[in-house]
Design a protein around this ligand. Structure first.
Ligand SMILES: *Cc1c(COP(=O)(O)O)cnc(C)c1O
Length: 357
């Protein structure tokens, strides 16, 4: 039986994509082999690589003067790749709004003079600092922030106010809502949350930032080299790129990012409205900063949280346990989660409340 999987990542994939991948697993496009068994230099795979790239450009409306790279090492590798490629003056400012934001900062510190421009750590990351009052240093190479905070369930709704290059980690929200790519110097995202199986990491980078990497920068992390070789400098994560292409096709067919954003807003609203109207469940994130993708909540006690997670799983609502840093529950409702899954979760929450109040 297929369950409704609320995992934060790797996470649920759309059913039509899984079915297509299954159908093509023994024979991809008449080649007599699967996409995972062929050289990445074959015509068949290069066509997949090109189509995935072109579809992502189309879906996100990525301007011509940006490169789209498919790299490896996860979003975590970008915490180092970003400073190694972008630092010229040797300084960057970071906004610390969650665990991954902090990890990016801690990695960055190894390569330059990094400063924390603002942090919400003192409130266990339950809000995003007010962008009107955050000041950045002069002469910085970039400002780094995490667009959507996967563990704590918050998201930026306003961009940092600065002339410096904006760099953002969109691992858990890429393609969930419309963004104006031209406002950013660099966007990166691991695929395993809102796109595909783990393996590929998307980097969208303005071309004028390329070619300035530190001499220390490993070849594999050098964006200019990845760009020059169309992300095929070495063997790429072929299967993950292939499933990305299928997901991009699926999304395009659904009407693109605009259409999925509407559904995502509807799903998130249903869940937050239910939580806000209940005296049993609580979401601690400032209302204006709430994530569309990751919805953490708690019941009145840790014992009830544990009971909730166990009983929900028995009804086919799985992976609802919150991250250990946040506790309680977390429902990750990425693009692939149907409205029906959120409705079923709310029905279960109602029943659980009645039985345990
Ligand atoms: C999951 C996640 C990461 C870490 O991704 P890896 O691909 O495992 O390195 C980084 N940032 C955000 C926002 C995430 O959600």
């Amino acid at each position: 039986m297929r369950v409704f999987n609320f995992s934060a990542g790797p996470s649920m994939l759309p059913m039509p994509v899984l079915e297509q991948a299954q159908k093509e697993l023994l024979d991809f496009n008449g080649t007599g082999m699967s996409i995972t068994e062929m050289s990445h230099r074959t015509k068949a795979f290069m066509a997949v690589n090109d189509e995935a790239n072109a579809l992502l450009r189309e879906l996100m409306n990525i301007p011509e003067d940006y490169s789209v790279l498919f790299v490896q090492g996860g979003a975590s590798q970008q915490f180092a790749a970003v400073p190694l490629n972008l630092l010229q003056k040797g300084k960057a400012d970071y906004l610390i709004t969650g665990n991954f934001a902090n990890k990016a900062y801690e990695e960055g510190v190894k390569y330059g003079d990094m400063a924390i421009a603002a942090s919400s750590k003192e409130a266990n990351y339950t809000y995003i600092p007010d962008m009107n009052s955050v000041k950045f240093r002069d002469d910085i190479d970039y400002v780094h922030f995490t667009y959507n905070n996967t563990i704590f369930g918050s998201r930026f709704t306003e961009l940092p106010k600065t002339d410096a290059t904006l760099v953002t980690d969109m691992s858990s929200c890429i393609l969930s809502e419309e963004v104006d790519v031209s406002k950013f110097g660099l966007i990166y995202a691991g695929a395993q949350k809102n796109i595909a199986p783990a393996g590929v990491t998307i980097v969208i980078v303005k071309k004028d930032l390329l070619g300035k990497a530190s001499p220390m920068c490993p070849t594999m992390l050098n964006y200019a080299i990845q760009d020059k070789y169309d992300s095929l400098y070495n063997t790429p994560p072929c299967f993950s790129i292939y499933v990305s292409m299928l997901v991009f096709r699926w999304l395009k067919e659904m009407g693109g990012v605009k259409a999925i954003q509407k559904i995502n807003e509807e799903k998130a609203k249903m869940l937050y409205d239910f939580i806000d109207n209940s005296t049993f469940y609580k979401n601690k994130v400032a209302v204006k900063d709430r994530s569309l993708m990751n919805v953490p909540f708690v019941s009145p006690s840790e014992e009830l949280d544990a009971k909730f997670i166990k009983e929900a799983a028995a009804e086919g609502l799985v992976s609802l346990k919150g991250h250990r840093l946040a506790g309680g529950m977390r429902a990750s409702i990425y693009n692939a989660m149907p409205v029906e899954g959120v409705k079923k979760l709310i029905d279960f929450m109602k029943k659980f409340e009645m039985e345990n109040k």
